[in-house]
Write a protein that binds this ligand. Structure first.
Ligand code: NI
Length: 176
């Protein structure tokens, strides 16, 4: 297992549409192990393959409360087949530096996917779990949570990010 670097906005690959997972086996298992390790280390509650530069329809999720045993969920080729209701809550993303904002999502979703072995999965999710799945599915079609915001909020974030990146650059130059 290894930690993988997380790709961060505005890297263009985050905007790409991921491709279906077609091969299940040791290679996919190794990739998922790396994704899980990277997600837990961040720490985060979800990570999609495009976030480590792998353009596959694959994500890992763990929404189990702290102090509880880990409960890793692996979704390959996930899709939402039905959705209802509405919830608004604050979201952040491991690929979006230092920013959180309210995002509207479905309250309840029905999901079709495959597990790590390629077996079909079908289940209903609601509340926070449903929110995380919708966030990760967005990554698989090249969408970030900031794409759901008003253009005003998004441009404010872009300004903030520009400043952050400048500061990072200056720090790196001082270290040289
Ligand atoms: Ni994210």
């Amino acid at each position: 297992m290894a930690l993988r670097p997380i790709v961060k906005y505005p890297v263009p690959s985050l905007k790409e549409v991921a491709k279906p997972v077609t091969e299940f086996g040791p290679e996919l298992e190794a990739l998922v192990a790396d994704m899980a390790e990277t997600m837990y280390a961040a720490p985060g509650v979800g990570l999609a393959a495009p976030q480590i530069g792998i353009p596959l329809r694959l994500c890992v999720i763990d929404v189990s409360p702290k102090e509880q045993p880990r409960n890793l969920i692996v979704l390959a080729n996930p899709e939402i087949t039905k959705a209802e209701g509405e919830q608004v809550d604050e979201e952040g993303c491991l690929s979006v530096r230092e920013y959180f904002a309210d995002v509207k999502r479905f309250e309840r979703i029905w999901v079709k996917a495959q597990d790590l072995q390629g077996n079909p999965l079908e289940f209903m999710a609601e509340g926070f779990y449903a929110r995380v799945i919708q966030h990760e599915l967005d990554h698989l079609r090249g969408t970030l949570f900031i794409d759901h915001l008003s253009s005003l909020k998004r441009s404010l974030y872009k300004k903030k990010l520009k400043k952050l990146l400048q500061e990072e650059e200056e720090e790196q130059q001082e270290q040289r």
